[in-house]
Design a protein around this ligand. Structure first.
Ligand SMILES: [Zn+2]
Length: 58
C-alpha cells in the first residue's frame, strides 16, 4: 500500500482556479489567484474550504 498523496488539487470556491495544497499544512493556504482561503491547518489533514478535485501525485 502506498501512503496517501501528500498534495491535493483543490478548486477555489471563489474563482474556480485549481491549486496544489499540502494535505497537512501548518499555515493557512490561500488561493494564488484571488487570495481566498483554501485550507486551514487542524493539526492533522487540512480543513478544506474549496473542493478537492484529485490527488496531485502522478
Ligand atoms: Zn481563488
Amino acid at each position: 500500500m502506498r501512503p496517501p498523496a501528500p498534495f491535493w488539487i483543490v478548486k477555489c470556491p471563489d474563482c474556480s482556479g485549481e491549486q496544489a495544497v499540502f494535505s497537512r499544512p501548518s499555515t493557512v493556504v490561500n488561493c494564488s489567484v484571488c487570495g481566498a482561503t483554501l485550507a486551514t491547518p487542524t493539526g492533522g489533514t487540512a480543513a478544506l474550504r474549496g473542493e478537492k478535485v484529485r490527488d496531485a501525485s502522478a
